[in-house]
Design a protein around this ligand. Structure first.
Ligand code: HEC
Length: 145
């Protein structure tokens, strides 16, 4: 009798037990990802930005402005997208300090990758800046100055 039950269960994949099992897996995945939902963005940051802006986003003295706790990043998500794509040259003021350096463009990132990158930055190092959407970044990139 026990044996027959097992066979029936196997024939019906969405029985109670397998639904519970799926929920369990989903929960594990959700908990595992909660830690850092922007892993892809973090990878881009480490490979393409950390050299200058440092692992902790703190920048480098008066040569490279910070991204951690930066009012510029908080207030201008569209400009951040443009800076990544086209670079930056000339004066920029971050947290009241004027920087005048040169940042090379990073043209290899797609719009989507830039979204992930910005969302990583906006949530890293204690930053609690609003999440950017693909639509926002796409339209900013179409209108870079
Ligand atoms: C070669 C060094 C270098 C690299 C690599 C670099 N930056 Fe920059 N970044 C700078 C410098 C220098 C400035 C200031 C430019 C100026 O004064 O006009 C800057 C400015 C910025 C700004 C605007 C000011 C601020 O701090 O809020 C943002 C945002 C930014 N960078 C993000 C990034 C991101 C994201 C990456 C990786 C995709 C990156 N940068 C890679 C050197 C670099």
């Amino acid at each position: 009798m026990q044996f027959r039950n097992n066979v029936d269960e196997n024939l019906h994949p969405m029985n109670g037990r397998s639904i519970l099992f799926s929920l369990l897996i989903l929960t594990i995945v959700a908990v595992a990802c909660h830690d850092n939902p922007y892993k892809q963005g973090e990878l881009y940051y480490t490979n393409l930005c950390a050299n200058c802006h440092m692992e902790d986003g703190g920048g480098l003295e008066l040569l490279v402005p910070p991204l951690a706790g930066a009012d510029f990043v908080r207030d201008h998500p569209g400009k951040v997208a443009c800076i990544v794509r086209h670079g930056l040259n000339g004066k920029v003021v971050v947290n009241g300090i004027e920087y005048e350096g040169e940042m090379p463009a990073v043209p290899e990132l797609t719009d989507f990758e830039i979204v992930n990158l910005i969302n990583f930055i906006n949530n890293a190092w204690g930053n609690d800046f609003p999440e950017v959407t693909w639509e926002q970044v796409k339209s900013a990139l179409e209108n870079c100055e």
